[in-house]
Each structure stands twice: as C-alpha cells, then as structure tokens.
Write a protein that binds this ligand. Sequence first.
Ligand code: GDP
Ligand code: MG
Length: 281
Amino acid sequence: MEATIALAGNPNCGKTTLFNALTGARQHVGNYPGITVDKKEGTYIGDSGRIHVVDLPGTYSLTAYSLEEVVARDYLVREKPGVVVNIVDASNLERNLYLTLQFLEMGVPVCIALNMMDVAEKRGFKIDSDKLSRLLGVPVIPTIARSGQGKDELMAAAAKTIRDNRNQPPLTISYGEDVDNALLDMEKVIRNNRFLTDRYNARWIALKYLEKDEKIMEEGREANAGVAAKLANEAVQVAVHLKRTLETYPEAIIADYRYGYINTIVRQDVIRRGQENDRLY
Ligand code: GDP
Ligand code: MG
C-alpha cells in the first residue's frame, strides 16, 4: 500500500504552496465525510517512491474549538497517516511550535518542514534546524515551499519516519504541581477503565477534560457515562481551585506552560541573530 503523509500547520505557513510543489498536477479535491471542509489529496513521486499526500485544514491548535481543528484531529485519529508533516513558519517559530507540541503530546509521528527559511534569513536570523531537531526529538528539514527547495529531502525524511515506525512515546510537559497532580489522578481513572484509550493516550484525554474539549467530553459520555462524569467533576474542581488560588483557568495555565516549554527550547541557541556583514543567504 502507498504510504500516506498528512500536511498540517498554522494558517499561512505555506501548506498549500508545499502541497502544490509536492504533488503538482496529481491532486484532487474531495470532502471530509458529512461536512463542507475541502479535503485535498495528491501524490508525490520522487526518489522516495510514491507517497499519498493529504492537506489538512490549517489550525493553530488541536482542541475542538473550531471545525478545522476537529477535522484535522479526527483525521489523525481515524486514518492514522504514517507521519504528520508539520509545516512550521520559520519566521514565526514560537507561535508555530505551539501546534507542534500538541502533535507531540498526542503521540503521532511527526516530521517538521521548517518553511519560509528565506523570509527568516531576510529578517536577519538563522535557525539551527539540527539543534531544533535534537531538542524536539523529530526530524526538522529546512524548506522554501515557494521554490520547492528542500521538498525531496523532506519527503525522504518523512518516508524514513514511516519506515522506522518508531513507537515514540507521547511528549509529557509539566503544567505545574496543581495541574500535574490532577492529571495523574485523572490518568489513573482513564487507564483503569480503558476510557477512550483505544484512540488517545491517557494524559492527552485528561488534558482535554481540563481544556473543556466538548468533542472529547461527548465521546467520553458515549463510551462510559460514569467515568466521563467523574473526570468532568475532577476538571471542575481543578478549575475552582485555580480560580481561587491564582485567579486563572486551566486552559490559561496549559497554554502558559506550553509557551514556557517552547521558550526553553528556542532560547538554547536555536535562533541566531545575524551580524551586519554575515552572509545569510
Ligand atoms: P497556507 O495558508 O498554509 O496554505 O499558506 P500558502 O501556501 O497559501 O502560503 C501563504 C503565502 O506564503 C503565499 O503568498 C505563499 O506564496 C507564501 N509562501 C509559502 N511558502 C513560502 C516560502 O517558503 N518562502 C516565501 N518567501 N514565501 C512562501
Ligand atoms: Mg492553504
């Protein structure tokens, strides 16, 4: 069977441009079942063979706050593409890595296209893609989708990720003592009851309850109403506690810690400002 990769990224990261560069005229537009979001698919043919490419809707997040997010997430869970090629806008690195972290937390295999390298360099900075790759634990391939630069290297890395089929454990981010303790409790309940664990990892499900992800909560109620009620109740208790002690919400804490994690990575010399007379490109 032909390998499948899914292209995912923030709006305007260059996803459509890369999709066109990869598939040329070998593409067609369909629909996701039951909804009106376009589903673009195509075929890449190159040294890495034939690869089926699906263009997911552009999203900033993977929580069910918008139709695009639900479509992208459901596709990953139901169709299980061999690898997610996450297109990251190098000129807006921190913001774009927010989505990357969510793929890693979900535990899907990821390969990063560090796109818009020309824009980043024109703005006077360089990104150390090898270092970023080491820190994130996934391949990072620099690309310029507009000229097609890097696309074959990207497909080679994607094909290798599919072949290796490493069962990469999901990324675990600390969300501070209060949230971490609640997550551990909830994870225990989730594991003991095998609650949605055929689809998602336990920590990820617990996080979705804290983020009040309606879609997951609904899936949960359908799977086991008793366990779902218990988790929802625990999430409310966390929310009440955070409100009382810190005047904040679980969603805000979760976002803060994710950005903290990204900052820690990016600060380790991943981005370098160019000198006046450095030739950057
Ligand atoms: P999408 O929203 O992710 O599908 O983004 P598009 O593919 O529509 O790209 C957004 C804009 O960025 C378009 O004007 C593209 O031509 C441009 N673009 C995409 N990739 C690159 C790149 O690597 N370098 C430069 N300079 N522009 C790019
Ligand atoms: Mg597009």
